[in-house]
Design a protein. Structure first.
Length: 196
């Protein structure tokens, strides 16, 4: 459910090697090529992520706003690919634990341990499915159709009635409106649902 990304900064050889075996990896691969992109790096777009850099790069200059526990320096060559993948998976698990505990969404904070969404004044308990809907929609930049929610959140293709998805989204929107008086948090558009 949680988007996991390995971002490889200016290390094209490593990216090429990992890209060849991407089908067996448990994470997405992203390649950043120049310093300008890294300085504008918006971590909210990448879910649970780690950044791989060559040891020679000055990490603090390249990624000044990124927590250093998200950065992995590669310095020893040659490198056994199995060992690297093990290191990445372990570090992603550590990051996922931190990522899972609290998530900032504009004026809200979602506490995944207590399954609550809060603002500075009020809080609301959510179901696991409601949390999953929010997290999935948050990870997307465009409206998501009901069929996509069925597949990604429920894990079904077409066996599930679309009314189930619509009902869950309707109840979630109603709960948010009733507690936070916010009708614009989860928007329903012709092209699907989106977190605003």
């Amino acid at each position: 459910m949680y988007q996991q990304n390995i971002i490889i900064y200016e290390f094209e050889e490593l990216f090429s090697i990992l890209y060849e075996i991407k089908e067996i990896l448990k994470f997405n691969l992203i390649f950043l090529k120049n310093k300008d992109k890294s300085l504008e790096f918006d971590e909210s777009k990448y879910g649970n992520f780690l950044i791989l850099v060559k040891k020679k790069n000055n990490i603090k200059e390249i990624f000044p706003k990124i927590n250093t526990n998200r950065l992995i320096e590669i310095e020893n060559y040659p490198l056994k690919i199995e060992k690297l993948i093990e290191i990445l998976n372990i570090n992603l698990l550590k990051q996922e634990y931190n990522f899972k505990s609290e998530i900032k969404l504009e004026k809200y904070l979602i506490d995944l341990n207590s399954r609550e969404i809060k603002n500075n004044i009020k809080s609301l308990r959510l179901t696991e499915k409601e949390i999953n809907i929010i997290l999935f929609l948050k990870s997307k930049n465009k409206p998501q159709k009901i069929e996509v929610l069925q597949k990604e959140v429920w894990g079904y293709l077409s066996e599930l009635e679309t009314h189930t998805v619509e009902t869950h989204v309707y109840r979630l929107r109603k709960k948010i409106k009733d507690v936070f008086d916010d009708e614009n948090f989860l928007i329903s558009e012709k092209s699907g649902y989106i977190i605003n």
